[in-house]
Design a protein around this ligand. Structure first.
Ligand code: ACM
Length: 565
């Protein structure tokens, strides 16, 4: 009787989830599948798989961690302790009486999927994810989680939910290899727990690059053993400007509260490992030669005015302070990078290079003399000389330098990759010179910009206006590039500068759901992008984010007033 009742229940449930007849114009058939980012290919199939307490996860020894990760992720909401069966025995043929199972397998014959692609097949008796490599298998699991009811993302048992997965066949590979999100933890320090949550949210969206902006005029956030003053002095500012940035010193008001924080090297190792377990590369950014006021507060001898008393910056905007160009300063930065390389396995190391004001170099007789010695003709070339010294250092150690597009101005270092933020001109110039580029233009990827034109209804933001549909419409390949040149576009990323984001909750408000849209920009084939389709899937996705407690901005038509925060 019990079994019969359950079977009827399942049938009824299938009836609901599979109903192909929908209100006119509301949803196409494949919108039963609300995966974000949208897969490259998705074939709806009949029937559904029902996750049950006796479902087993079958996985090879090489992927046992992923199998356990999946079982762990599914446990809180379902209350199931799924059995993870590790081994390489043949999977065998299914019969209808067998317990349903989830199979995760690598298949070298599927190398066309690339490292990050996967195939996911759901039938009533089996979920099978196949990939040629570990990242693909991981992304297949992320899609599987999104095929379950959104309540799967909740952290306590959901008694009333039937854990069904609609049958489907998916073949999915990413469009770009650099799918990123940047986070500035220097303007406002973000605790390790939040950084790990951030990584989880990136992984959920199949983003694979976390650009960690660790140093700024307002704070130095990474412990460097050789130079402890960087965090002892550079890790704290005495007070912080209240309200919007103003150039008028007389009208400025401050919070009169110390703002401190830095990551120990153990913290960094933990974050890097946590990210690696989610197939995310952490790209550290150490700013030079500008955005260096906190560093100069700690070690004024690195600057142009070594006898000055310098404090970490307490207002926003760009500091006039800049590093000097002595060999001892180059050696200091090499020492810092030496420790950075030990902590971060990332092939790319970001050295900033943006907004380095040259006034102090122009005013300094010593710097001018050095320029003559070095035979550089102007301060832009001097900055390029500085960046080249880092490029040589990193290249010799098997790493690749990346910097903001200002590193083009005095001539690009031979192995540099350019992160193009001031529009696309930097990307176009660099790609034409045969350099790789990452797209990060303010117009589409600066998530510190307002999400409404009515600023009075939003928390204070940097300025600008960057609504969800504009993010979604972004095309990372500049039309000026030839097909050959466009291969240099590695991908794109979203920027989260935190001058006006004091808390993790505020970061989440600015990031989501815009980051969900950007995930589709960098993952989904251009021909499969469709804002209306995305917007409908987003309704479910917002429920997922809510289940995770993410403080996403509600999706409302552009310009609709929001409650003030
Ligand atoms: C930047 O926004 N200064 C890269």
């Amino acid at each position: 009787m019990l079994r019969f009742a359950r079977a009827v229940g399942v049938l009824l449930l299938f009836g609901v989830t599979q109903t192909p007849v929908r209100a006119q114009g509301v949803a196409s058939n494949d919108e039963r599948y609300t995966i974000i980012p949208r897969p490259s290919l998705l074939e709806p199939r009949d029937g559904a798989f029902r996750l049950q307490a006796n479902t087993a996860v079958l996985v090879s020894a090489s992927d046992s961690m992923l199998g356990h990760q999946l079982a762990r992720d599914l446990a809180p909401a379902t209350g199931f302790a799924l059995r993870v069966q590790v081994g390489d025995a043949p999977d065998g043929v299914r019969t209808n009486t067998d317990a349903p199972r989830i199979v995760l397998r690598r298949d070298p014959a599927r190398e066309a999927l690339g490292r990050e692609g996967y195939a996911l097949t759901v039938s009533p008796t089996e979920v099978r994810i196949v990939a040629s490599d570990a990242p693909g298998l991981f992304y297949g699991v992320q899609s599987l989680r999104q095929l379950l009811p959104a309540a799967i993302y909740r952290s306590a048992r959901q008694n009333a939910v039937a854990w069904t997965i609609p049958a489907v066949h998916i073949e999915d590979t990413p469009r770009f290899s650099w799918r990123g999100a940047h986070l500035d933890v220097a303007r406002h320090f973000m605790p390790v727990d939040f950084v790990k949550r951030w990584i989880d949210l990136l992984a959920m969206h199949k983003l694979n690059t976390f650009h960690w902006h660790l140093t700024e005029d307002q704070g130095w956030r990474i412990a460097i053993n050789k130079y402890p003053r960087l965090t002892d002095i550079g890790g704290c500012r005495e007070r912080t400007l209240l309200g919007a940035y103003t150039t008028s010193e007389a009208t400025r008001r401050y919070d009169e509260a110390r703002h401190c924080g830095f990551y120990t090297q153990d913290d960094i190792r933990e974050v890097v490992q946590y990210a690696a377990e989610r197939h995310i590369t952490v790209v550290p950014e150490i700013e030079m030669p500008g955005h260096a006021q906190a560093m100069l507060a700690a070690y004024p001898e690195l600057g142009v005015y070594p006898d000055s008393v310098i404090k970490p910056m307490e207002v926003w905007g760009v500091s006039d302070f800049i590093l000097n160009v002595e060999e001892s300063t180059i050696a200091f930065m090499h020492d810092v990078l030496t420790e950075v390389l030990e902590l971060f396995p990332s092939p790319f190391i970001h050295v900033g290079g943006d907004e380095a004001k040259k006034a102090q170099w122009i005013a300094s007789p010593r710097v001018q003399q050095r320029m003559r010695e070095l035979g550089v003709k102007d301060e832009h070339e001097l900055q390029s000389w500085f960046i080249r010294r880092m490029d040589t250092f990193l290249t010799a150690r098997g790493r690749r330098l990346i910097g903001w597009d200002e590193i083009l101005e005095g001539g690009l270092a031979p192995n540099a990759t350019v992160m193009s933020w001031r529009g696309t001109a930097g990307a176009i110039a660099a790609a034409r010179q045969g350099h790789d580029v990452v797209m990060a233009p303010t117009s589409h990827t600066y998530f510190d910009y307002y999400q409404s034109q009515d600023h009075s209804t939003e928390p204070r933001a940097f300025g600008g206006f960057l609504p969800l549909d504009t993010v979604y419409a972004y095309e990372p390949i500049p039309p000026e590039l030839t097909t050959e040149q466009s291969r240099h576009v590695l991908g794109a990323q979203a920027q989260h500068w935190t001058e006006y984001m004091r808390t993790p909750r505020h970061v989440e408000y600015m990031a989501f759901p815009r980051l969900s849209a950007l995930a589709e920009v960098v993952w989904t084939p251009a021909a499969r992008k469709d804002f209306a389709h995305f917007r409908r899937r987003l309704d479910t996705h917002m429920t997922r984010l809510a289940a995770l407690g993410v403080n996403a901005r509600p999706v409302v038509p552009t310009g609709t007033p929001q409650p003030a925060r």
